[in-house]
Ligand binder design. Structure first.
Ligand code: MV4
Length: 451
């Protein structure tokens, strides 16, 4: 598979995802450049990279979000391309543009597609135009109360008010009737302007007990598009994903086929280039598109485990102008996979718990994958996201996957800091989870009932 990809890639990220990208590059014979803040001088992503450049002090806005420093690092190291990873600058269309203007390849979608999907109103409109079902709601944003009330009467209560520049659940408000809508609309508009720098809001019918199901897509921008199936990400608390699995226990084979075909056809029509994820709510046998993520996602490994496809390698190939390595007919799904996100947090209060890892032992054996930048003696810094490890389990069936998961969790040793491993141990022995019987609100109640 010798292919003219890149000679040197700068990875504009940290932690486990920087390592994940480094590994794909290394396998392809591509040199890597790590960037890091002063707080991350001893981090694993810096140790493993071929070269590293310090780009600023600990706060992310001065380092991992510092566009000028990252572009300078790419220039002095002679990188050909920049992989943004996830979070930080991954869905910043201006960053993607700046990268290309400075003569580097941005490993991701076109700035236009990033920008389109960044505005949730425009994204829904595009999805609708491409034949994807959307949640009934206001067509476009609502600027005043009269327009909101008219739209709400047509949609039906309860109504959810969402920010056009939001996403990920921040700044949403539920209005149960017209007086509540009148009260909450100005608050939602003010908060949206404050949080996202754009006061635009829109309305949707509030679905009371949906599941969050997303479809992984790869497009090569030259007509090739494949879907890599769905992920069920319903197990969240405070809009943070905790555990993801594929395939979803909620879908039957017909629904799965319908959803993935729908998503792939739309992305093909868009002419999308790169890895992307279409997020849906699923309730009572119906799918409703809500958002599209134009980046690699934290939970991508479960898709890799059941498909055998290295999603980061495909991202690198696509960015280099190559065609996808697979046609849809080549993609075979095998078994079941689960990812547990392990955070440096108290497992009951979820308060962050940075500090030194005094003992570390990762589980292993058949069907066990650990994506983590931890090592014995590492000091988890307090400045960044608290995700420290992902335990990814593959099994021939969901039952086998769960048996293996419980065994691997028992084997995992991370001492010196508190982690969410005990939460996962409880979850993995709880009947509702074992039965696949949950919606997006279930985990929040489960966590509360035990604190
Ligand atoms: C919704 C919804 C119910 N009805 N939209 C939260 C995150 C953002 N991406 C979308 N979210 C929701 N949108 C309508 N019309 C419920 C949620 C929601 C949710 C969605 C996915 C996963 C977890 C969630 C937790 C609470 C609410």
């Amino acid at each position: 598979m010798k292919l003219d990809v890149f000679e040197k890639v700068l990875i504009a990220n940290r932690g486990e995802i920087a390592l994940r990208i480094h590994r794909a590059c290394r396998e392809m014979g591509i040199q890597t450049v790590a960037v890091h803040s002063t707080a991350d001088a001893n981090a694993m992503h810096v140790r493993l990279a071929d070269e590293s450049v310090c780009i600023g002090p600990p706060p992310a806005r001065d380092s991992y979000l510092n566009v000028a420093a990252i572009l300078s690092a790419a220039t002095i190291s002679g990188a050909d391309a920049i992989h943004p990873g996830l979070g930080f600058l991954a869905e910043n269309a201006d960053f993607a543009t700046a990268v290309e203007e400075h003569g580097f390849t941005f490993i991701g979608p076109s700035p236009d597609h990033i920008r389109l999907m960044g505005n949730k109103v425009a994204a829904k409109e595009a999805a609708h135009r491409l034949g994807i079902p959307i949640v009934p709601g206001s067509r476009g944003s609502v600027s005043d109360l009269a327009a909101a009330e008219t739209a709400a009467r047509l949609i039906g209560y309860p109504i959810l008010i969402k920010a056009a520049a939001g996403g990920g659940g921040r700044g949403m408000k539920i209005a149960r009737d017209a007086p509540e809508l009148a009260q909450l609309l100005p608050i939602a508009q003010n908060e949206a302007a404050l949080f996202f720098g754009c006061g635009e809001v829109y309305l949707e019918r509030h679905l009371e007990r949906p599941r969050h199901i997303e479809v992984q897509i790869l497009g090569d921008g030259r007509g090739g598009v494949i879907n890599l199936g769905e992920r069920d990400c319903s197990l969240q608390r405070a809009h943070q994903k905790v555990l993801e699995e594929t395939p979803s226990t909620a879908l039957n084979p017909d629904e799965r086929k319908r959803l993935s075909a729908l998503a792939a056809a739309a992305v093909e029509e868009l002419g999308y280039k790169g890895a992307g994820t279409l997020e849906f709510l699923y309730q009572d046998g119906e799918f409703y598109f809500i958002e599209m993520n134009t980046r690699l996602q934290v939970e991508h490994p479960i898709t890799e485990m059941i498909s055998g496809i290295d999603i980061v390698r495909e991202q690198l190939r696509i960015a280099a102008g190559a065609a996808l390595s697979y046609r849809q007919a080549d993609v075979r799904f095998c078994g079941h996979a689960i990812e547990c996100r392990i955070n440096a947090e108290n497992p009951v209060t979820f308060l962050p718990c940075p500090g030194r890892v005094t003992d570390y032992h990762a589980p292993g054996g058949l069907g066990v994958r650990v994506d983590s930048a931890l090592y014995h003696g590492y000091e988890v810094p307090p400045y960044y996201d608290s995700l420290i490890a992902k335990l990814i389990i593959h099994g021939g069936s969901r039952d086998e996957c769960l048996m293996r998961l419980r065994r691997a969790l028992d084997e995992f040793v991370i001492d010196g800091i508190e982690t969410t491993i005990p939460l996962h141990q409880r979850l993995a022995t709880t009947p509702e989870f074992i039965d696949g019987d949950y919606d997006v609100h279930w985990l929040g109640r489960f966590v509360k009932s035990r604190s």
